[in-house]
Design a protein around this ligand. Structure first.
Ligand code: GLU
Length: 402
């Protein structure tokens, strides 16, 4: 069988030429291909919990199939799911969010994209702290906007500040995308800083897109502060994005959601109604069970992440050429590896990641994908055994570079 290939140049749009495939998903595909072909790869690539989806959540999905809940739903999600999401926020943060303020879609990624498409026009600038999650800039570029990066530093735990954001504001600024805890650095924005950023956004008529996908995974006594707490005061400013993927180990079920003022939710719903329509009806039933705390295994997962992080950070720091600051949250470490550059053909994070995959059979994501070429990202959403084996392989490979 041959692959169908065009015989003459294809007129793809400028819009699609300007973006790249998701680097995290490329690492996932590559590692999975190698594993399927029998190569013993330790996969530190994707941010995907190694835990199974809790059993009662799976049961809810199975029941949905048995009961025939296998048809279209409202494109913005079922009333049951949207009400459950609203009730969760209201219970936890004392807000007065209603169904009309909620949209559920095929992953948090889709809701981010919907919001960017609804808010960013050609030429608009969107401020994004760097290192950033891979899809933020490409979504902005796809919409016709320009990402403006503000550098955070490892010395300050990669935490963004209002002063940094203020320094990047121009007449073209349309909004800010903040991810707390941050993928890939784990940085958690603290309350005073978040409040100052929100006030800054509100006073400059900018949106604050607040992605809190990793909200429950915060360590060392730090507290996750949600931008939703300011939604009553600044309803035009705050957009919260969240997901069931990481919290409930439901990556493949593809359920994410957004909470914002009703006009934006309706605009995002319009886009969704013309793209995917509703997220899977079966997954929505499962998500309701998860959000209601059925089969609550978050505490078990959290305890495992605490243990892994406590082992992993010093183990990486013990390798000559690697420096790793303890991340505030999420389930990634983002060590500096640039001291390993310069020998063999290793010149940057991409060539180092390729070397680690080929010679150590360890998959990591190059820091360049997140805008920080001196670093690599290691996901510790994997077993202690895999961590021990993978870190030992990285240590042996790093020794060969000296
Ligand atoms: N968000 C996860 C990661 O960063 C999954 C892959 C993706 O959607 O980018 O690895």
């Amino acid at each position: 069988m041959t692959i169908i290939t065009p015989r003459k140049p294809v007129r793809l749009t400028d819009r699609v030429r300007r973006i790249q495939p998701s680097p995290t998903l490329m690492v996932l595909n590559k590692a999975n291909e190698l594993i399927a072909s029998g190569v013993d790869v330790i996969d530190f690539g994707p941010g995907e919990p190694d835990f199974r989806t809790p059993l009662p959540v799976c049961e809810a999905g199975k029941l949905a199939i048995d009961q025939g809940l296998t048809k279209y739903t409202n494109a913005l999600g079922t009333n049951d799911l949207r009400d459950t999401i609203a009730a969760n926020y209201n219970r936890r943060f004392g807000t007065a969010v209603r169904r009309e303020n909620v949209i559920a879609g095929t992953g948090g990624k889709q809701e981010l994209f919907n919001a960017v498409l609804a808010l960013v026009s050609d030429g608009d600038e969107v401020i994004i702290p760097s290192p950033y999650w891979v899809s933020f800039p490409d979504q902005v570029v796809f919409a016709g906007g320009t990402p403006i990066f503000v550098e955070t530093s490892a010395a300050n735990g990669f935490r963004p500040t209002a002063a940094m954001i203020r320094g990047a504001i121009t007449a073209k600024s349309r909004g800010v995308i903040l991810n707390s805890p941050c993928n890939p650095t784990g940085a958690v924005v603290q309350k005073d800083e978040l409040e100052a950023i929100i006030e800054l956004c509100a006073s400059h008529d900018m949106f604050l897109m607040f992605d809190e996908t990793y909200e429950l995974f915060v360590y060392d006594g730090l507290e996750h502060v949600s931008a939703i707490s300011w939604v009553d005061r600044y309803p035009e400013t705050i957009i919260v994005i969240n997901s069931c993927s990481k919290t409930f180990a439901m990556t493949g079920w593809r359920i994410g959601y957004a909470v914002a003022h009703a006009e934006l939710i309706a605009a995002m719903g319009k886009i969704q109604s013309h793209s995917t329509s509703n997220p899977s009806s079966i997954s929505q039933v499962a998500a309701v069970a998860a959000l209601r705390g059925e089969g609550d295994e978050v505490a078990t997962m959290y305890a495992a992440y605490v243990e892994r992080r406590a082992w992993l950070v010093p183990a990486l720091n013990a390798i000559q050429g690697i420096q790793c600051t303890p991340p505030d949250g999420a389930f990634y470490v983002f060590p500096r590896v640039s001291d390993l550059y310069g020998s063999r053909s290793i010149t940057d994070s991409s060539s180092l990641a390729a070397f680690l995959l080929e010679e150590a059979r360890v998959a990591v994501v190059p820091g360049a994908a997140f805008g920080a070429d001196d670093f690599i990202r290691i996901s510790y959403a994997t077993s202690m055994d895999a961590l021990r084996e993978g870190v030992s392989r990285i240590g042996a490979a790093a020794a060969r570079l000296r």
